[in-house]
Design a protein around this ligand. Sequence first.
Ligand code: NAP
Length: 369
Amino acid sequence: MLRVGFIGWRGMVGSVLMQRMREEKDFAGLDPVFFSTSNVGGAAPKECADGGLLKDGADLRELARCDVLISCQGGEYTGEVYGPLRKGKWTGYWIDAASALRMSEDAVIILDPVNAEVIRSALAKNVRAYIGGNCTVSLMLMAVSGLFRAGLVEWMTTMTYQAASGAGAAKMLELVKQIGFLTDATRKTPSENALEVDRAMILEQRSPRLPVKEFGVPLAGSLIPWIAEEMPEGQTKEEWKGMAETNKIMGIDPPVPVDGICVRVGTMRCHSQGLCIKLKKDVPLADIEQILAGGNAWVRVIPNNKESTTRCLTPTAVSGTLSVPIGRIHKLKMGPKFVGAFTVGDQLLWGAAEPLRRMLGILRSHLNA
Ligand code: NAP
C-alpha cells in the first residue's frame, strides 16, 4: 500500500484537504501517517494506521519512509526538510501547498482542470515535486482558462479582494475576534444614529485594545492593500505571482503580462477578483461567454444582471463549493478588445486543497498503470 505522510493537516488548507479526502473516500487503500511540528506523540486523525500517534515533522528518517509526502505546513517547513530529504536520496513524490518550490525547474504547478497534460508529461519524465499554485492565480485560471487556451489573451489585470483565511487559521480567528470586539462596542452604547455608530466604530478600530497580533492593523470593517513581501518595481510578492505562475501553469511562452493590486478584505473565505482582459482581437460577447463556460467543468458563467450577480457572485454564495462563477462580463469603454469580468472562488478548495487531493489521485493512477 502507498505510504502517504501528511504534514500540516490541521491548518486551514490541511483541514480542508482532510475534509475533502474523507468526502471522496480517498483514504481507502492508502497507508496514511500524520506528522506534527507542535504536538509530536499526540493523537493522529482516525485514518492513521500506524499506531495512531503523530510523528515528528522534523524526523527525516520517518519522513523518508513515505512514498508520498503531502505538506500543507508552509514554505518555511518546506525549506527546512525538502533539500535534506533529497540529499538523503529520498526519491518519493512531494506534493505541497506552499510556494517555496513553485518556480523550481524540477517542480510542476498543479491545477489539473487546466494543465492536466503538463502534469501527465511531468510524471512520464519522472518529475517528483508537484506544487499547488497561488490561490488567487489558480482561481483566476479556473475562471478564464478557456480564453488562455484559445490564445486570446494579450494581457490581463487582476484586482483582488482576498479573504482572511487565505493567510491561515490564526489570521481567520483574529478577524472573528476583531468583528466581535467592534460589535461589542456598538452594543455598549446602542444608537440608531448612523453617524454616532460610525464614530464609535472608528474609535474601536483605532483602539490599542483591538486584537491585531496577526494582521498588525484592523481588518474588520477595513481592508489592507498589501499582501506578502515587497518586490522590486513596486509590486508585492502576491502580485508578482500573477504573471510568473499563470505562464508556468499554462506553459505559455512568450509570457502573457498579468498584473494588478492584491488586497486583503474582511471576508472569511473566498477570494474575489475584478479582471480587465485585453483580447488579441475583437470577439463577440456571446462567444467570449461560451469560451469561458467551456474552460472546465467547474466554471460557471453568471448573467450580467443585478439579480444573478448579487445572488451567485459573492463569497457568501460560493464559500464551501467547488464552482467558480464568473460574471459582470462586458466590453469596457477602452475599446472592443477590452473585457471586464468579476470572479469568486473558494481559495481553500480550488485555490489550495483540491489540486493536492486530485494530484494524489492522478499519481495513484499513474503508479498503478
Ligand atoms: P495555517 O492555517 O497557518 O496552518 C499551518 C500550520 O500552522 C498548521 O499545520 C499548524 O501546524 C500550525 N498552526 C498554528 N496555529 C494554528 C491554528 N490555530 N489552527 C491550525 N493550525 C495552526 O496555514 P494554511 O493557510 O493552511 O497554509 C499552509 C500553506 O499553504 C502555506 O504555505 C500557504 O501559503 C499555502 N496556501 C494557503 C492557502 C490558503 O487559502 N490558506 C491557499 C494556497 C496555499 P502544527 O499542527 O504542526 O502546529
